[in-house]
Ligand binder design. Sequence first.
Ligand SMILES: C[S@@+](CC[C@H](N)C(=O)[O-])C[C@H]1O[C@@H](n2cnc3c(N)ncnc32)[C@H](O)[C@@H]1O
Length: 289
Amino acid sequence: MSAALATADTLGAALARGRTALRDAGIEPAALDARLLVAAAAGVPVETVIAYPERALPPGAAERLQSWLARRLAREPMAYILGRREFWSLDFVVTPATLTPRPDSETLVAAVLERIGDHQAPRRLLDFGTGTGCLLLALLSELPAASGIGVDSSDAALAVARGNAETLGLATRAVFVRGDWGAGLAGMFDIIISNPPYIATHQLAALPPEVRHEPQPALDGGADGLAAYRRLMSDVARLLARGGIAALEVGDGQAADVEALGVAAGLGVAGRVTDLAGIERCVLLRTKS
Ligand SMILES: C[S@@+](CC[C@H](N)C(=O)[O-])C[C@H]1O[C@@H](n2cnc3c(N)ncnc32)[C@H](O)[C@@H]1O
């Protein structure tokens, strides 16, 4: 690969060689990944790579691309190499300290927006395990009078979330604090959201290689995958305002168990939401009337 890329002097040649290198290694979607890497390495929009293959690579682009392809061939996620990922049509900085926002998690954002009334009303939001801040910031982008707190145990993730809030123009309405779920937190919140780690420990080794690059505390849900829900459910029950809603992302097959944990903590069940693949992805809980 190295020699071939070193001789690639146009966008088209770099694209063809990058695509072949990825495809030969069995990495899919090779064409899309190669296109995104060439565009980012050359500092041009993806459309330019497709429309102007004869264009010369700018200085330094071949070397950048070579190093990024090597990372991709080592199965590093595209989001870590590019340093960003789109979520809810917003651009998020992503680092190896944060989980890469998943399209599935947009289910939770949509579910909350569908179930609350007036989107212009002032509301207080709380996000447990905020990571990049994607869930909280996506909701704040849709709720102009709302404000929120994002909690995470990782200082490095919190720094990323703060940067994302700044870039998205939401920093005046979002605070990010270090915490162990709700320990030490006081106040009442109208909307509590969380995408906690929910992979059972024994399943971690079988995850795709890309996922294994992600931080273990963002993935590891303990022996049965439910450890984080057990810990945070009493905080949800304590901090959810009357009439409020809690939306928790769950793994495949976990919805009933998570609902049961909510009921045991004194909450009421308010429904389940499936993602685009038909998997129950989000459990909704409310205060008991
Ligand atoms: C699955 S990731 C979700 C990140 C982000 N909300 C998203 O949906 O992309 C779970 C997050 O929970 C955080 N976390 C793990 N244990 C925690 C704890 N005890 N207290 C607070 N956050 C924790 C991790 O650092 C990680 O950022």
